[in-house]
Design a protein around this ligand. Structure first.
Ligand SMILES: [Zn+2]
Length: 251
């Protein structure tokens, strides 16, 4: 009988060099807002997040930041790994996700909007997304102290291909500098706000010195992928555990 997609990966029999690596994309970890709220799907309930991480661990997965995932993305190492990423630097990730990750020995990357550290998701206000605080500087430092990574997500969460090139360059370069000043280390990870990217924007990110960038393109990453166009799998509030597992094993 034919196996289910992903069976060979659960058994660890896929060859290492071309093994696809899932990168999960989360935003907020919090009580899910009422139906009809814009972008409601992007908030995952804390108990669901906890279950997802614990079950991944039980299946032998190690959750890793983009930094820690690098040798797997380049094909140098193989193993049952999953990238854990959060967009926007929300405070509720510090509250609910950080303790879970730490307790399991997982690491993760959070992409911060550098001008909203200690602020909120003002960029989403006009489409009716409820206000949610972003991590403070202190919380960001607690995030990194637990071996998690700080990535950049521009200064102001802008649509990069839609703004003048000079401003896009400033958003990409200055957010890196501002975050590096806070963490006292290099910032290698970038994420395109809204998943908006063009060939020009992609090159600006590489020229700014980042090592890789994630998108909202759906799929798992392979060593053959452009490091500045990495696909991810979105974890939604409506995803049950089996859906999350399927996203880690297929696509
Ligand atoms: Zn974002």
């Amino acid at each position: 009988m034919a196996g289910q997609p992903g069976d060979e990966e659960l058994r660890g029999t896929t060859s290492g060099a071309d093994r696809p690596v899932p990168i999960l994309m989360y935003h907020q970890i919090d009580q899910v807002p009422p139906r009809g709220t814009p972008f409601r799907e992007l908030t995952v309930d804390p108990s669901n997040f906890r279950t997802q991480m614990h079950r991944l661990k039980r299946l032998g997965f190690i959750g890793l930041s983009m930094h820690d995932l690098k040798p797997y993305l380049s094909g140098q190492k193989s193993g049952r790994v999953v990238g854990i990423t959060f967009d926007d630097g929300f405070q509720n990730v510090h509250t609910y996700a950080l303790p879970v990750l730490s307790s399991l020995g997982f690491t993760a990357t959070n992409y911060f909007v550098s001008r909203q550290i200690g602020g909120s998701n003002v960029w989403d206000a006009e489409v009716g997304v409820p206000a949610a605080p972003c991590m403070s500087k202190l919380e960001l430092l607690e995030w990194t102290a637990a071996c998690n990574e700080v990535g950049a997500h521009t200064l102001d969460h802008v649509h990069l291909p839609a703004i003048p090139a000079r401003e896009a360059k400033r958003q990409i370069e200055d957010s890196r500098k501002e975050l590096e000043d806070i963490v006292g280390n290099t910032v290698d990870a970038f994420c395109y706000p809204y998943g908006d990217v063009s060939e020009n924007v992609r090159c600006m990110v590489e020229d700014a010195g980042y090592a890789h960038a994630t998108t909202t393109i759906r799929g798992r990453a392979r060593p053959s992928h452009d490091a500045f166009m990495l696909p991810r799998r979105i974890a939604r509030c409506s995803d049950g555990w089996m859906n999350v597992l399927r996203k880690c094993l297929t696509g």
